[in-house]
Design a protein around this ligand. Structure first.
Ligand code: LMR
Length: 295
């Protein structure tokens, strides 16, 4: 984010060690103000005046855990940050990376709603890494440039709720790839990293890249750039889910519109979406219930 020309102030927050990270970042030859603060007492000061807030908070998975297993620890962290954002920067775009995204985005939205400041166009679950994984793995299989094709992804950001729509590739490309194997790799790409890190966390570097890529697009949209298509998990009514990931168009108000699920998807993509719907609904309900009981 420090290298983005649209950023004029970068304000960092964590429980410990944040001022050091801020000094480190401030040596990058960019004329931006970098601040770093530790601890809850500084939270409102950090957020004050922000246009975009990126939330990579919470504990990561260990091998054998699902993202949902993080709920009990991360739900409280998410709601605490949501309350602070709703107080200090209610009009900011909030980019939620904190897992389980399928539940923490509902926690953010519900908290903002309770505090009377919800604008669903501005609370976005970051699913960019799913897109990057699909693009990377597909390019490797086809032996083409990694930017050659983008695969729309719908559903959520957890295992089989991540549904890449390879049917949307041009021409007969879908016939040249092993769709089940690629789909599985995209769905469980996060687990690949968790296993490889052997207990030392989950994706941080690729997620930082994905988060910054998405945030850069959000900032460009806020500045008035047109036709920015990304993807995110956010509040919208799709197939009975109150939150759903889809391709979106970003603009001055955050999410300007969501692109519908394409009509010409394959039968197996259709079935995968049908199977994901009750799982997503349950994870949404869990987040909303948490706020109802703990706000
Ligand atoms: C990812 O997709 O890599 C992240 O959501 C982290 C995780 O737990 O997999």
């Amino acid at each position: 984010m420090a290298s983005n020309p649209n950023v004029s102030r970068l304000s960092l927050y964590d429980i410990v060690r944040t001022p050091g990270v801020a000094v480190d970042l401030s040596h990058i030859d960019r004329k931006i103000k970098v601040e770093g603060y530790n601890g809850q007492d500084n939270l409102l000061k950090v957020l004050d005046g922000s246009d975009v807030v990126i939330i990579p908070a919470g504990v990561p998975r260990k091998p054998g855990m699902t993202r949902d297993d993080l709920f009990n620890t991360n739900a409280g962290i998410a709601m605490n940050l949501a309350k602070a954002c709703a107080t200090a920067c209610p009009k900011a775009c909030i980019l939620v990376i904190c897992n389980p995204v399928n539940s923490t985005v509902p926690i953010f939205s519900e908290t903002f709603k309770k505090m009377g400041v919800l604008d669903p166009r501005k609370i976005m679950g970051v699913t960019e890494l799913d897109t990057l994984r699909a693009r990377t793995f597909l390019a490797a299989e086809l032996d083409v440039d990694e930017n050659a094709y983008t695969v729309p992804i719908v559903g959520g950001h957890a295992g089989t709720t991540i549904i890449p729509l390879f049917s949307q590739l041009p021409g007969d490309l879908i016939e040249q790839i092993d769709v089940p194997a690629l789909t599985k790799r995209v769905q469980f790409g996060g687990d690949e990293v968790v296993v490889a890190k052997a207990g030392m966390g989950s994706a941080t570097l690729s997620m930082a890249y994905a988060g910054a890529t998405f945030a850069n697009s959000v900032l460009a949209g806020l500045k008035g750039e047109m036709n920015i298509i990304e993807q995110a998990y956010f509040q919208q009514d799709v197939l009975g889910c109150k939150f759903f990931a889809s391709q979106i168009e970003l603009g001055r108000n955050g999410i300007e519109r969501a692109l519908p699920i394409p009509k010409d998807i394959t039968v197996s993509e259709q079935k995968a979406i049908e199977k994901a719907v009750p799982v997503i609904q349950e994870q949404i309900a869990k987040g909303i219930k948490y706020v109802e009981q703990n706000f």
